[in-house]
Design a protein around this ligand. Structure first.
Ligand code: ADP
Ligand code: MG
Length: 846
């Protein structure tokens, strides 16, 4: 993490305790009927006793142990499981068997006899078979016709445990025979899927010294022949034979990949293609399923053949499809057909969708089937999130802070600018929340420079007008101090007092501030998370605004509540999260977006400087800015903690170089995470005052630093930053009236770098950057490991299903508005719980 990132502990999801449980327990988990703690197996012990007795107690030796040792092991395992009363009986026996070797035969006989007499008491009760679960969907897959324990175990590896899991193991893709590419039409370098009859299979070790083996398979479909081949490690004969056996001659083999022209044979060859043996052509029974017109291709696991899985799913569908109940109310389905034409969603019946997603008649039907199944997932997810939030709200008492107006009006008059429409709208939304008796659950997103601070201040004033105190919490000391400096002016002009509270204040100063807060001498407090620490007691805290945080402040609220305070909490972030993800992760939140920049802002002209020449030109451009009286940031990436020192070294060396060689006529300063707070302050203050002109820095300047005269930024090794971070950094310039510039230095030649830096060059809109970043990296990586606990979506796609998600949310809200406890929709409710339980575990992790 960069050194000035928000504290990790502020980013954690809320602790599980704060959550209501989601309704009835529902059908118990898998294998509920099986007894809980199986006793150690006593059968073997019994047999051992019998044999030992038969042989007149010689302390028989088995493969690994002698008789007495075996008995002792079993006894100690038993002692852990049996009731205390029986443990007492075991103790003397343990002593006897420990000395068994030294005992006379009649004492041995007695010990064996005593133990044999006790044993029946610990016989495990006969295990009963798992009961039929109340809902057929929870039925373990073994109970599907044709699935035995071995296959069930393989399916388990794919996380398929129940019939429902099996039906919802959707195909990864389909192969459409109508779209079939004939081998004769294959083109080198173009991805394609072909299939044909296996003509020839070879597996041998290469004669060269390279210790490689090769497997080649030749197929033909009448229009031509194609080769597939795999290189592997040198293998022995049985291994090679096994490889060959995977490809029975005469069977139909499917190849998918990018063929290349083989320079020796002139034939088209697929290297390491995806393959599937579809079955021998004369396998009539298999034909319809496996070589039908549109064939499903599933994710498999080692040992599980495509055909087997296809058959299992076919059987599961045949036996259960008529049991499937479509819980989606027809009213909602009709509702989704209304609205502007491009927003309408037509949903086919659930049974049809389940059948079609696996075995469509036509490839064209797949899209509608997927939409239906995706909609359901998103609908249940949104329904569950909203439901949970309502429960939380019902439990929580919140302050009511109606707008009063006087202070807010006076501040507006003081401001040198008018609020943008977006700022006005968001402030209205916040006021409405504050006035309600339920707790505020709002996240304000606004691109860098969109003016969140003023909105925060206005909101805090509403609390003050209601006789409460307000607090503004920033992730770093630098930011807290900056906020404080900015607010002080305005707040004092209103006749109010504002205090600063950070971790690095002196003890004395801190004591004075703490007292002023406790005695309500100050109405507003700005600080780091020191604000909510133990020693801080507010006289009457009404609202906390948490700035620059990506995650909701439930944690902070919980901390505050523990201290006997229950203020409203508002969270602000400049890291735009694409709407689909925001709704997924924060579906239980209201999101306000300040989607407009103050007038007159010019987009930052952004250039990727790749070559040495580009970079020299960039420095010349920087010089022109400096000569015009502006300032420049130079930023170094810090990727992981281990590199901290190296980065500092690099930044220090670069400062040297810039100061002596490039810009000897200007002041070049240095800022990095290893400096003390005071040193950092001093450097930032100097830069802000214009005493230094170039600020070389590690990423400590990332969040929120505001020096409007800085008009140019150079980012070194730009390929090492995430897009969101690049955008944040760039937001440090372009804050004044002057045209600003951002130079991204990177000599990387990778495709991804080109794409990412290209996006930065193309747009200044944080939401566009975020959307593109999401599309490039996918949701899991986009959010990073810390937040990758996304719900499991099997049919829906968070990058592309925006419309579906929005309509699903709308439908969920509509339904809950009509039927708040879902008592009139028991099927929907059951489906929601089911989905929530299976897929939303991420909500439960602390
Ligand atoms: P951010 O949303 O990144 O936190 P700030 O609140 O720091 O943005 O605002 C950036 C700059 O824009 C500040 O100097 C602020 O005073 C100014 N500003 C805020 N709102 C407006 C507005 N409506 N018109 C003009 N300038 C504004
Ligand atoms: Mg800000």
């Amino acid at each position: 993490m960069p050194d000035a990132s928000p504290r990790a502990d502020l980013l954690q999801p809320e602790p599980p305790a704060a959550r209501p449980s989601l309704g009835p327990a529902g059908p118990a988990g898998r294998g509920s009927g099986i007894m809980k703690q199986p006793m150690p197996d006593t059968t073997r012990l019994q047999r051992a006793l019998a044999i030992e007795a038969q042989h007149q107690y010689p302390n028989l030796r088995g493969n690994t142990q002698c008789f007495a040792e075996f008995v002792l092991d079993t006894l100690s395992a038993l002692a852990r499981e049996v009731p205390p009363r029986d443990r007492e009986a075991i103790a003397p026996l343990t002593t006897a068997f420990a000395r068994y070797e030294h005992l006379d035969p009649d004492l041995r006989a007695r010990a064996v006899g005593d133990l044999a007499a006790l044993l029946p008491r610990w016989q495990p009760k006969p295990r009963h078979r798992p009961e039929e679960p109340a809902d057929w969907r929870d039925k373990p897959v073994q109970f599907v016709k044709g699935i035995g324990p071995a296959l069930a175990a393989l399916l388990g590896r794919l996380n398929i445990h129940t019939v429902d899991d099996l039906l919802r193991h959707y195909p990864r893709q389909h192969l459409d025979y109508k779209q079939r590419v004939r081998i004769g039409q294959l083109q080198a370098g173009t991805r394609a899927t072909v299939w044909g009859t296996i003509q020839r299979v070879e597996a041998y070790n290469l004669p060269s010294a390279k210790a490689l083996s090769i497997v080649t398979v030749t197929i033909s479909d009448g229009s031509g022949t194609a080769i597939a081949r795999w290189f592997g490690r040198k293998s022995n004969k049985p291994q090679l034979d096994r490889q060959k056996a995977r490809f029975p001659l005469g069977a139909t083999l499917l190849l998918s990949g990018e063929p290349k022209r083989d320079s020796f044979t002139g034939k088209l060859a697929f290297e390491r293609p995806e393959v599937e043996v579809l079955g021998a052509a004369d396998d009539e029974e298999g034909r319809s399923l496996h070589v039908g017109r549109v064939v499903p291709v599933y994710d498999l696991t080692e040992g599980l053949h495509a055909k087997t899985l296809r058959k299992a799913i076919r059987t599961a569908l045949d036996n259960h499809l008529q049991l499937v109940r479509d819980s989606l109310p027809t009213g909602l389905r009709d509702h989704l057909l209304t609205g502007p034409e491009d927003k309408r969603v037509a949903l086919i019946p659930l049974r049809k969708a389940l059948e079609t997603i696996h075995f469509p008649d036509q490839a064209e039907e797949l899209a509608t089937a997927r939409i239906r199944l995706a909609f359901d997932e998103l609908f249940w997810m949104q329904l569950g999130l909203t439901w949970r939030r309502r429960q939380l709200e019902a439990q929580t008492q919140a302050l009511q802070l109606p707008p009063a107006g006087e202070l807010v009006t006076r501040l507006r008059a003081l401001l040198p600018f008018a609020l943008t429409h977006a700022q006005e709208r968001v402030f209205r939304e916040i006021q409405a929340d504050l006035a309600k008796p339920s707790p505020m659950n709002r996240l304000v997103q606004g691109d860098v420079g969109s003016g969140k601070t003023v909105v925060a201040l206005l909101s805090l004033l509403v609390a003050v007008e209601n006789g409460y105190q307000g607090a503004l919490m920033a992730p770093t000391e630098i930011l807290a101090e900056q906020h404080f400096a900015k607010l002080k002016e305005w707040v004092e002009a209103l006749g109010l007092r504002v205090a600063l509270l950070t971790g690095r204040q002196g003890r004395k100063e801190r004591q004075v501030t703490l007292r002023a807060i406790a005695q309500h001498e100050v109405q507003l407090v700005v600080g780091t998370h020191a604000l909510i620490q133990d020693q801080v007691t507010f006289a009457r805290l009404g609202l906390v605004v948490i700035d620059e945080q990506h995650r909701f402040g439930v944690r902070q609220r919980a901390t505050l509540r523990e201290k006997g305070q229950n203020p409203e909490v508002l969270v602000m972030t400049a890291t735009p999260i694409p709407r689909t993800l925001a709704l997924t992760l924060h579906g239980d939140l209201d999101v306000s977006v300040i989607d407009e920049l103050p007038p007159g802002r010019k987009p930052v002209a952004t250039r990727w400087a790749r070559t040495r020449r580009d970079q020299d030109e960039a420095w010349e451009a920087v010089r022109r800015e400096l000569q015009a009286g502006r300032q420049c940031y130079v930023v170094y990436p810090l990727i992981d903690e281990n590199e901290k020192l190296e980065t500092v070294k690099a930044a220090t060396a670069e400062r040297e170089r810039l100061a002596t060689e490039v810009f000897p006529e200007f002041q070049v300063a240095l800022l990095h995470g290893q400096m003390s707070g005071e040193e950092k302050d001093r450097e930032i203050a100097k830069f802000r005052a214009g005493q230094s002109h170039v600020l070389v820095s590690t990423t400590v300047i990332e969040v929120g630093v505001d020096v409007p005269n800085a008009s140019v930024m150079v980012i070194e090794n730009a390929e090492r930053f995430g897009l969101a971070q690049l955008h944040q950094l760039r937001g440090r310039v372009g804050r004044g009236a002057a045209q600003s510039y951002c130079y991204l230095f990177s000599s990387s030649r990778s495709e991804t770098t080109a794409q990412r830096l290209g996006i930065m060059e193309a747009t200044n809109d944080g939401f566009v950057v975020a959307e593109q970043d999401l599309a490039l990296r996918g949701p899991g990586e986009f959010l990073g490991t810390r937040q990758s606990g996304l719900p499991d979506l099997k049919a829906a796609d968070l990058v592309n299903d925006t419309l579906l998600l929005e309509r699903a949310r709308e439908a969920a809200l509509l339904l809950l508005a009509r039927d708040p406890d879902l008592s009139q929709h028991p099927l929907v409710k059951a489906d929601m719980f089911r989905y929530f339980k299976a897929n939303m575990a991420f909500l439960e992790v602390g």
